[in-house]
Design a protein around this ligand. Structure first.
Ligand code: ADP
Ligand code: MG
Length: 147
């Protein structure tokens, strides 16, 4: 299996498609980082752990692939950190540990359906990350290495 999968890189500007307006900002990795990922990684929504610079490790949900709702042309890895930050962190180092798979990408017929799906993903991630096999990865040495 490809999981758990550890990814690290600088947070870059995304597509400016208003994730923040949906109440769900998603931090993007550069195309270079995304293209270095294992080819077999299935598109979809994943849950795991995230760390901005050397701060605390938080729960996250990440979308991997081409977002059909927005007819994305490029592959992307977009991480929503389940934590309220005081300010944006473009240019920071982001580390994520992808722990498990939640669901495939879907097309949504309305913005409201998309928002409801995101809420469910976040709730599901909360639950799954309470499991012991997930919790031990929060303390993985990957998150202790200084940059
Ligand atoms: P973009 O299109 O540039 O990715 P978004 O609307 O998706 O814009 O917002 C993402 C940015 O919001 C991140 O790069 C980060 O700087 C900031 N941000 C603030 N809080 C969070 C959070 N909880 N999770 C992810 N990004 C966040
Ligand atoms: Mg984004």
């Amino acid at each position: 299996s490809l999981l758990p999968l550890f990814i690290e890189g600088e947070v870059v500007k995304g597509f400016g498609r208003g994730s923040k307006d949906l109440g769900c900002p998603t931090a993007n990795f550069s195309l270079e980082v995304v293209q270095s990922l294992p080819k077999g990684l299935a598109p979809g929504v994943y849950y795991g752990w995230a760390q901005v610079d050397s701060e605390a490790v938080h729960k996250m949900v990440a979308n991997v692939g081409w977002c059909p709702f927005y007819q994305n042309k490029e592959m992307s890895v977009e991480t929503h950190v389940m934590h309220k930050f005081d300010k944006d962190f473009y240019g920071s180092n982001l580390k994520i540990c992808i722990v498990g798979y939640l669901r495939p990408e879907k097309n949504f017929s309305s913005l409201n359906d998309l928002i409801e799906a995101i809420k469910k993903d976040i709730a599901d991630a909360h639950t799954k990350l309470e499991e012991m096999e997930a919790k031990i990865l929060k303390d993985h040495k990957f998150f202790n290495q200084k940059n």
